[in-house]
Structure formats: structure tokens, C-alpha cells
Design a protein around this ligand. Structure first.
Ligand code: NAD
Length: 420
């Protein structure tokens, strides 16, 4: 029955009415939250499209389940299936300890070159939050997913590799630094291609979703040729490829230097009035302060891998924590995408049917949007929001809410389904 999703020559996905979508059930709490979430997806699609559309789920193995049945943490067949079917979804996976694969998630991202880690952060009414006005937080983070200090090129203290590298830096590149005897070394990688494709995706997203700004978050004041270059390449993409849609703070700076600040301010005002997207930048430490003080100033955020890691957790905490934080890893060129809950396997709670499935449900919502099945996505968001507003919630929210009703993972899904 099912058919493959393919990428058209025009760069737009061809999504059949019965797409085959591979999924990884996940380790730890994975089965509990996946089994709850998949019922919500199927019911919503059935309700909205009256049987005209349906997802054909195809299970693929990874993590403990794969290791126990095949002896491999990430079987070749799983990678090949994701490659072939383009769009997939996964539960959290255990990171194997010692030897072999560093992280299954990293391996999947690398193999499919999923260069965008997309993390929307938005508050749903009723979700307990540590900040006064969580409704002001509504940001979409584009975190670069393949480069930076995260690329995994590092050498342990005391090894000959680390010593050779230090020797090379001192003697061939004349680096002025006094290494301690035992020093580990890591390499930070930021390329023009990697930076531009990430910022390009963020700008395209802002255009499609009619958002007012893209903020490039960086530490370019200190790391000029990596983080600073990322900012400059970001401005360059905006100015050369999206000139009719954007106005950058790079342009503002140049106008200020040539004609004074007042002219630059007028120029930016005019761009805003014309509906142009303002491409701003901010130093990462200040950004972490500003999201608490003035979150409304930010819509789309483009940043490097490590900054993005910190920022997405900080923002997730502001809108209710990791139990409700969805994510996706995407290559917009090839169309490959894997949607996933951003939290881990919470092994202590495995098979307790107590954890919050919202993160996987909202990752599925992102996937439906990616497929262009917006009506089904909206339906789920509505039903999920109402379920939380009604204070019928899982333990994580129950513990922080007054007069709430405690539900099991599966019961929470039942409540959502009843509201579809
Ligand atoms: P974790 O995210 O699994 O859990 C931390 C805590 O967060 C839990 O103890 C629980 O209190 C809470 N939590 C997590 N998910 C929740 C949910 N759905 N509802 C309610 N509360 C929830 O982090 P960890 O304990 O550091 O990691 C456990 C394992 O998961 C490790 O093997 C780690 O490598 C792996 N991991 C995988 C992913 C992934 O697959 N994307 C991400 C992070 C960690």
C-alpha cells in the first residue's frame, strides 16, 4: 500500500497519500512514549483526511533493541532505510559506553549529513514554567549540526597525537602559547559552506513563516575566524541571496560608518516598514541574558553547534522542560529528515508508563508540517494544548501544577485522542 517520499527536481518533497515512514522506537522510556504518540498521529491523520491519507510505519532497529537482536548498535540496514525513505522519526537512544560508536544520534546525523538541528520553543498555556511570562518565548532555533568543536576531532592529554599537534602549532604555525605538560586538544571547525547553508535555511524559514528577524548568535568577539566568520558569512548570505527580503546589521554598520548613525537607523526603520526580515547578531553570553529579559525580541535563531546545545536547553526550560521539547535534524537539500524528542532515555523510568510523551508527539507534529500535512499537525497541537489546559497531565507537570489530575503516559494520549 505505502509509497516512498521522494525529493523533486524543484527541491520540493513529493509526499504520497500513504507515505512509508521508518521509525526507531527508542530505548528506556522510548517504547512507552512512542506507543502513546503513534496512536495520536494515526487518529489525527484519520480524522482530518477521512482515510484518504495514512502513514505506513516501518520499524527500523537502533540502540539496545538492535544490539540485542543483531549485535550492532546501528545496523547498516537502518541507515540504508532512512536514506531510502528520506523522512523518519525516532525515540531516544542509549549512548553505548566505551568503544565503537560515540553516539548513535551523531552517527545518524553524520551519515545523512543532517546539517540543521531544528528546535522550536514555544509555551503551551498551563505548562508550569520558572519564568513570569513564558508566553513571550516563541523562537525557532537553527543549530548547525555537523561542525564546530562537536566534530569530534580531539586528542587526549599525554597522547603522542596531542603532543605532536602542540609541537606543530608551536614550531610550524608559530603559535604564541605555553602548553601545560598534560593538555588535551580539540579542534573547532567552522566552514563557509557549513555556515552559509545553515543561515540560508534559517532565512528561508523566516520568509516562509513570515517572521520578523533572524538572530545570529555567536562568540565572534573572541573566536574571530570561526564564530566571527560564521556571523560574517551569515550576513553575506542574506545580502547576496535574499537582498529583497532582508536587512542586515552588517548593512546598518556600514551605513553608520559612511553616513552616520541616524541615517543607519532610518534605513533599518524603512526596511522594517517594508516588511523585510532583520538579520541581527548577538554575542552568545548576552543572548542567554536577553532571552530571560526580552524574549519577545527574538524569532528565528541561527547558531553554531555548541552554542545551540546550551541555548536550546535553556529555552526548553523556560517553556516547561525537556518533557515537551521537540526537535528535528534536517538536510533541506536532499530532503532527509529525522524527527526526535530532544531528551534522553530516562532509564530509571523505563516501562513505568509515567513519562510525558509530548516531546515525541510534538516532534511528530513537526514531521507532519514538513510533509505539508498542516491540518493534521494543527489538530494535534489544539488537542494537546487543551489537555494541558485541563490539567490532565503526566507526573512531570503534575508535580508542578495545582489541582491537576495525574495520568499515565497512555492515558494522556487517550485524552488527546478524545479531543481530536
Ligand atoms: P534524560 O534526558 O534521559 O533524562 C534526564 C531526566 O529528565 C530524567 O531523569 C527525567 O526526570 C527527565 N525526563 C526525560 N524525559 C522525560 C519525559 N519524556 N517526561 C518527563 N520527564 C522526562 O538524560 P540522561 O539521564 O542524562 O540520559 C540517559 C541516556 O539517554 C544516556 O544514555 C544518554 O546518552 C541518552 N540520551 C539520548 C538522547 C537522544 O537519543 N536524543 C539525548 C540525550 C541523552
Amino acid at each position: 500500500m505505502g509509497e516512498k517520499i521522494t525529493m523533486g527536481n524543484n527541491g520540493v518533497l513529493n509526499v504520497p497519500n500513504t507515505p512509508i515512514i521508518p521509525f526507531i522506537i527508542g530505548d528506556g522510556i522510548g517504547p512507552d512514549i512512542w506507543n502513546a504518540a503513534v496512536r495520536v498521529f494515526d487518529e489525527a491523520v484519520q480524522k482530518v483526511y477521512s482515510g484518504e491519507r495514512a502513514i505506513e510505519w516501518k520499524e527500523v532497529l537502533a540502540g539496545e533493541k538492535a544490539f540485542n537482536t543483531t549485535g550492532s548498535w546501528l545496523p547498516e540496514e537502518t541507515l540504508a532505510t532512512f536514506k531510502e525513505y528520506l523522512v523518519g522519526i525516532k525515540g531516544p537512544l542509549t549512548t553505548p559506553i566505551g568503544g565503537g560508536i560515540r553516539s548513535l544520534n551523531v552517527a545518524l546525523r553524520k551519515e545523512l549529513d543532517l546539517y540543521v538541528c531544528l528546535r522550536p520553543t514555544k509555551w503551551y498555556e498551563g505548562v508550569p514554567s520558572p519564568v513570569k511570562r513564558p508566553q513571550d518565548v516563541n523562537m525557532v532555533i537553527f543549530r548547525e549540526n555537523t561542525e564546530d568543536i562537536y566534530a569530534g576531532i580531539e586528542f587526549a592529554a599525554g597522547t603522542s597525537e596531542s603532543k605532536q599537534l602542540q609541537h606543530y602549532l608551536l614550531n610550524d604555525l608559530n603559535v604564541d602559547y605555553s602548553f601545560n605538560e598534560n593538555t588535551g586538544v580539540g579542534i573547532k571547525i567552522v566552514s563557509e559552506e557549513g555556515s552559509k547553508r545553515l543561515v540560508r535555511s534559517a532565512i528561508e524559514y523566516a520568509i516562509t513563516h513570515k517572521l520578523p528577524s533572524v538572530t545570529i548568535v555567536h562568540k565572534g568577539n573572541i573566536m574571530k575566524y570561526t564564530e566571527g566568520a560564521f556571523k560574517n558569512w551569515g550576513f553575506e548570505v542574506a545580502e547576496t541571496e535574499f537582498a529583497e527580503y532582508t536587512y542586515t546589521w552588517g548593512q546598518w554598520e556600514r551605513t553608520k560608518t559612511e553616513k552616520g548613525q541616524e541615517v543607519a537607523n532610518t534605513e533599518q526603520k524603512e526596511a522594517e516598514l517594508a516588511g523585510k526580515i532583520i538579520i541581527k547578531d548577538i554575542i552568545a553570553d548576552n543572548f542567554l541574558q536577553q532571552i530571560l529579559l526580552a524574549p519577545k525580541d527574538y524569532a528565528v535563531v541561527a547558531t553554531l553547534n555548541l552554542n545551540g546545545d546550551y541555548i536550546s536547553d535553556a529555552l526548553a526550560a523556560m517553556v516547561g522542560g525537556i518533557g515537551i521539547a521537540p526537535g528535528a535534524n534536517i538536510n533541506y537539500k536532499t530532503g532527509h529528515a529525522i524527527f526526535e524528542a530532544t531528551h534522553g532515555t530516562a532509564p530509571r523510568f523505563a516501562n513505568t508508563n509515567t513519562m510525558n510523551p509530548s516531546s515525541v508527539i510534538l516532534s511528530g507534529v513537526m514531521m507532519l508540517e514538513y510533509l505539508g500535512w498542516q491540518e493534521a499537525a494543527d489538530k494535534i497541537v489544539e488537542a494537546l494544548s487543551q489537555t494541558i489546559k485541563d490539567k490532565t497531565v503526566t507526573i512531570d507537570f503534575y508535580n508542578l501544577m495545582e489541582n491537576a489530575t495525574l495520568l499515565k503516559t497512555s492515558e494522556f494520549a487517550d485524552k488527546i485522542i478524545a479531543k481530536l
